[in-house]
Design a binder for this molecule. Sequence first.
Ligand SMILES: [Zn+2]
Ligand SMILES: [Zn+2]
Length: 133
Amino acid sequence: MGRRGEMLQAEVLAVLRGSESPLSAYDVLGELRKTRPKIAPPTVYRALAALTASRLVHRLESLSAYMACQSDCHQSASILSICDDCGIVEESVAPEVLEDLSSVAGKSGFRPARHVIEIHGVCASCVGAETSG
Ligand SMILES: [Zn+2]
Ligand SMILES: [Zn+2]
């Protein structure tokens, strides 16, 4: 990855950090095209893949979308709570939960390699809006 690639990664990260809710690769491309009309989709996909690999960005498998990491550098996968009302995603890190899941899966001899934990529901502020309105 050369300097140009690193610059683009920083721009992609800035786009995701500036968004309240997760963005698809297509949304990210659209944002970048405001300043770089000629940018090609594979360039953006590569930047997203590199950022995901370094855990600065997380891919939401159930939405096919991306979000900037909200927590400090963490070693294990995080738990992503997705509000189906407003689209906000909360990130929590709980390595002990992952260990429990691994041991459940491991009982049959299965060897876990990667966790993907996404919880769909309603966030606290949307719950508040429902009960007060
Ligand atoms: Zn994270
Ligand atoms: Zn919400």
